[in-house]
Design a protein around this ligand. Structure first.
Ligand SMILES: Nc1ncnc2c1ncn2[C@@H]1O[C@H](COP(=O)(O)OP(=O)(O)OP(=O)(O)O)[C@@H](O)[C@H]1O
Length: 396
């Protein structure tokens, strides 16, 4: 089976190159596995170029293997390059994932670490996917969310850009954090840059309207009900509209976390999602009984609510229990409004208010894109993989 090994030497704490030279390539060699091409990426987009060229050369192969040393961003590049390539329609793409990035959301979901340091320091743990290849284990399918950025009146109404995500698609605070964090990468290569970026953006509210769409097998989008610990229909039929403003709007597939210990969508693990669905976490400040309007004061006052929810995600998903108590304080029990709304459905539309520039950012696995003024974004979990390649990751 054709096999390409690619590593990004610049991602995370820049250990991709020594990891491949000291561990991955010798292990493959020791097992007699032929590496048809080896690529050290030299620039953004290089991984996409390399896999596209390799796939074209091996057009017609039923399967291709990619040994990838990266974070979620380079994986995103690879998936986007191959998803749209005619030469690999119907091809099974098997990925051996070696975590070399900053957050490594997909790897740490598939291989939950016992400590956050394990992803950086435990070389046996980091080779989990490599060993799964050796052991002849099958691959776990990777679901994909397809996001279309639609133009506005000034730029034409059609689809301006299509993005494929395997981890996260978000707007609002999370997209703002990823946008800011890129400028901090050089000085702060570790996870701390996401916390610094959060500090800089947490006061913002994002003006938009959302439509949640049911998956093919759902009558309606579903919402998590903490009392019954299950998902229940969120509307009587069809789509569900959510009015903003939003503090947080984020959807995931394949993962329950965005960092080894940041479990933002923990139900993706606890209540396994049916095919064709994504998990969505929303925070809307106007659900707070103490917030009547959008003013600089209410935005400032809400900051602590958002921090509490984010802190809960770091405490094994405790944010799902947070609700507004009678005195306005946050509590973990009772029947007050939940701070976080947790949905499961087939996709969503995000319609930003044209005047709110910050609401126009869309994050797709860490890559930041901008919706045209007057435009909107449509995200759907892919349910028609027949005319596309399929992707799987080797997991122990
Ligand atoms: N040699 C290079 N120099 C600079 N950037 C590169 C190079 N090779 C690849 N890139 C880019 O580096 C970016 C970051 O990579 P990646 O997302 O995999 O790591 P990360 O951001 O550290 O980890 P994570 O996404 O898990 O937080 C990608 O957008 C990729 O295109």
């Amino acid at each position: 089976m054709p096999l390409i090994a690619i590593y990004n030497p610049a991602c995370g704490d820049k250990t991709g190159k020594p990891t491949f030279l000291l561990y991955v390539l010798p292990l493959l060699f020791g097992k007699g596995i032929t590496v048809d091409r080896k690529v050290e990426t030299t620039h953004e987009g290089h991984a996409a170029e390399a896999v596209s060229e390799f796939a074209k050369q091996h057009s017609g192969s039923a399967e291709l293997t990619i040994v990838l040393g990266s974070g979620d961003g380079t994986l995103h590049e690879v998936l986007n390059a191959l998803y749209f390539l005619d030469e690999v329609r119907g091809t099974k793409i098997n990925i051996v994932l070696v975590p070399c990035g900053t957050a490594n959301a997909l790897f740490s979901t598939l291989f939950p670490p016992s400590t956050p340091e394990q992803v950086k320091e435990d070389s046996r743990y980091r080779m989990g996917s490599v060993h799964a290849l050796f052991d002849g284990k099958g691959t776990t399918p990777v679901s994909l969310a397809v996001t279309e950025l639609k133009g506005g009146a000034a730029t034409g109404w059609g689809t301006r850009k299509t993005l494929v995500s395997a981890v996260v698609t978000s707007t609002a605070l999370h997209a703002a954090i990823l946008n800011t964090s890129e400028s901090l990468r050089e000085e702060h290569p570790g996870l701390e840059r996401f916390k610094m970026a959060a500090q800089l953006n947490v006061k913002k509210w994002f003006k938009a309207r959302v439509r949640l769409l049911p998956a093919p097998q759902q009558q309606a989008p579903e919402i998590y009900d903490v009392q019954s610990n299950s998902f229940i229909p969120a509307s009587h039929e069809g789509a569900l509209d959510l009015e903003g403003p939003f503090a947080y709007f984020l959807s995931t597939i394949n993962v329950d976390r965005l960092e080894p210990l940041f479990l933002i969508t923990p139900l993706a693990h606890d209540i396994p999602p049916p095919p064709g669905t994504c998990d969505i976490v929303v925070i809307r400040p106007l659900r707070d009984p103490g917030v009547w309007e959008d003013t600089p004061e209410t935005r400032l006052g809400f900051v602590q609510r958002t921090w509490s929810a984010m802190a809960g995600a770091y405490q094994a998903g405790a944010h799902l229990k947070l609700r507004y108590g009678e005195g306005g304080q946050l509590v973990k029990e009772g029947d007050g409004q939940s701070v976080v709304e947790y949905f499961r459905c087939g996709g969503w539309e995000w319609h930003p208010e044209p005047t709110d520039d910050a609401a126009h950012l869309v994050c797709s696995d860490g890559a930041i894109n901008r919706i045209d003024t007057g435009g909107w974004a449509s995200c759907r979990v892919s349910t028609t993989p027949e005319d596309r390649p399929t992707f799987g990751i080797y997991v122990e």
